[in-house]
Design a protein around this ligand. Structure first.
Ligand code: SAH
Length: 445
């Protein structure tokens, strides 16, 4: 999401006469887009800020700005704590950047952290700075209304709102014409997408009958995109289990160009912990959803997020998480030790009482189990032919391409005379926990 936001910022600033350069050393303005999701993310930013001390000494004109969630969370305090920072701007205030930068040019430090109920940057065409012209992120919702007790996002990104289907289609059409092969639709909770003419999701109940009748949900949006761009691969992230509906899974099954992968965070396998996290589904409801996905899309890739050591988590709760993983057998996952975030419900009401050692030990057990499952799941592709979108050179060998299949697994195979962005059929011959290894049956001449 921060990658996508940085591209919006680049576009706003280009329109104001700025231009992007690759080397921070030569820049007169450096903007760091920051994350607050875990304490470690913030510590990384703090270190990065320190690294600009020497740049500022060399270039007296250099201005340093902090964008994103850390800016929103810490506000003016960041200026007190980090003396070399000139500018602090939250995720909904990027259109104000030109004005704020004028202030900074006049040697006044500037802050704008006002959250909006309607800003979606739908009218901005992002400048693509992060990719190779093959896949791009397209933001479809902003903010989050879920209030998971561990999570800082509702405080830093504000209320949930959806972007208009017209502006989403316009952006995708532009990408398609430029030769992009894949888009990933982005939101904290994409399944909760709801367009009824603009404004926060929570106000849908106040919308007119006409607005309600013409409203678009996530499955409507997916169908619209998939049918308008049959040659474009479509992915989306993240799906919150409580909001994922069967019509989304059915739409995925109906359109070949919607990739067969669902990122479906579970966070914990214990009902008691799920409740304390305010995840609004039970373990059984989650497992039923997985069953339905596998019934409708048998080969679907499913991945997860898991947090270990949430307050009061016992060994039994931890075993519940391991047993859930054994039931689902995920393709891959992102696993984290709980990090208390100031201001969240959990930080105000629950003691962070699982020791670092226990969190880390449980995390390691979960990672080890996931690696075993990833390997098992990868093996199901051996001796099958998969359609691979070539994305880059393999990190390990420049004689091999690396790309992904619909289920999101990475495949490496010899380059022959194929090019970046080609979609090719690859026969999988072997695998590791992270990668499928293949070759081409018939070589293009
Ligand atoms: N909106 C998405 C999550 C975005 S954050 C969703 O609800 O699925 C990505 C992941 O970071 C979360 O799924 C969670 O596993 C992890 N995370 C969020 N807050 C955390 C915290 N305080 N400590 C550790 N991990 C956290």
């Amino acid at each position: 999401m921060n990658f996508a936001d940085s591209e919006v910022v680049a576009s706003i600033l280009e329109q104001d006469g700025y231009h992007l350069i690759n080397e921070p050393k030569k820049a007169n303005l450096v903007l760091l887009n920051t994350c607050s999701i875990r304490d470690k993310a913030e510590q990384t930013v703090r270190k990065k800020i320190k690294s600009f001390n020497s740049y500022k000494k060399q270039n007296k004109n250099l201005k340093l700005g902090l964008l994103g969630c850390m800016a929103e969370r810490l506000k003016e305090k960041l200026l007190d704590e980090e003396k070399i920072v000139d500018l602090v701007v939250g995720p909904d205030s990027y259109k104000e950047l030109p004005n704020l930068l004028d202030q900074v040019e006049h040697n006044q430090r500037a802050v704008n952290v006002i959250l909006s109920k309607s800003e979606t940057y739908g009218d901005i065409s992002p400048v693509r700075i992060h990719n190779s012209g093959i896949n791009a992120f397209v933001s479809i919702t902003r903010g989050c209304d879920n209030m998971c007790t561990f999570c800082v996002v509702p405080f830093t990104r504000g209320r949930e709102r959806s972007r208009s289907p017209e502006s989403i289609l316009r952006e995708i059409s532009d990408l398609y014409q430029k030769g992009y092969k894949e888009v990933t639709l982005l939101g904290q909770n994409v399944d909760s997408y709801l367009w009824y003419g603009g404004g926060p999701k929570k106000d849908f109940k106040k919308a007119s009958e006409d607005q309600k009748k013409n409203s678009k949900r996530f499955s409507d949006l997916l169908l619209l995109i998939a049918s308008s761009f049959p040659k474009l691969r479509i992915r989306f992230s993240t799906s919150n289990p409580q909001d994922m509906t069967i019509d989304v899974i059915e739409t995925m099954a109906k359109y070949d160009n919607i990739c067969n992968h669902i990122h479906l965070p579970i966070q914990s396998g214990s009902d008691r912990i799920l409740k304390k996290m305010n995840r609004l589904h039970s373990r059984d409801e989650y497992l039923n959803l997985v069953k339905k996905i596998r019934k409708i899309i048998p080969n679907c890739g499913i991945s997860h997020d898991i947090i270990t050591g949430f307050p009061t988590e016992t060994e039994t709760d931890h075993q519940d998480t391991l047993s859930l993983m054994n039931e689902v057998k995920y393709d891959f996952g992102y696993m984290f030790a709980y990090s208390e975030r100031p201001g969240t419900f959990a930080s105000r009401h629950f003691k962070d009482d699982v020791s670092t050692e226990v969190k880390q030990r449980r995390l390691q057990e979960i990672i080890t189990l996931q690696q075993k499952h990833s390997f098992e799941r990868n093996r199901r592709f051996i001796d099958t032919e998969c359609s691979v979108l070539i994305e880059k050179s393999s990190k390990k060998s420049n004689k091999h391409w690396s790309g992904r299949i619909s289920e999101n697994n990475v495949v490496v195979f010899p380059k022959y005379n194929y090019s970046l962005g080609d979609i090719v059929n690859v026969k999988v011959q072997d695998c590791t926990t992270a990668t499928l290894i293949g070759d081409i049956n018939k070589v293009k001449v």
